[in-house]
Design a protein around this ligand. Sequence first.
Ligand code: GRF
Length: 217
Amino acid sequence: MKSIVILISGRGTNLKALIDAARLEDWPARIVAVISSREHAAGLAVALKAGIAVDVVDAAAHPDRLLFDQKLAQALSRHQPDLVLLAGFMRILSEDLVRDYHGRMLNIHPSLLPAFKGLHTHRQALAAGVRVHGATVHFVVPELDHGPIIAQAAVPVFPEDSESALAARVLAEEHRLYPRVVRWMLDGRLALVGSRVRVDVPQDQLLLDGIVKGVRS
Ligand code: GRF
């Protein structure tokens, strides 16, 4: 049975989606720990409620990035994860740490990368006037939001959209997308070969299409 560690900083709705998926009978992995970079992240309660061990490596207490990364590396290695999932984790990781988990560390980003890297992606999308927005699951590489793309979920942007309406629409798709990609990883259908993603998944599953469906939320 493979082991997963999930890194969070905030409310933990993607964490909850992953926990729900991991509860399925034939799920071939266990979430062994959740590590938060914030002491009061709401996601910690989500993990505890599910009986998952939690750990805090407090970013506020470690302004020195290198020291923070050392602590995080120690916390991670205590759990020996096969897979590390970033789910709303708000710290940029050092190159060394990312390299240690090369091909075994995934992130979900709330935009159709390579568009709208960084923060406030929904605001960026509205400002740019795009008609299609979404979320991306990618392998983590040292450069922020630059990792090889695995799969995406697309949603329409409506003229009357507020930032929060658009965020909610994307988030609902994130919750479908991330567990699905993790499952492929666990089933050995997905790998990072050099800087290329190798997938053994039908093409139509690599893009969750909320556009044709015209999903609203
Ligand atoms: C999500 O939108 C995720 O894509 C981004 O941060 C947000 C985390 O939300 N990286 P939550 O903590 O999973 O609710």
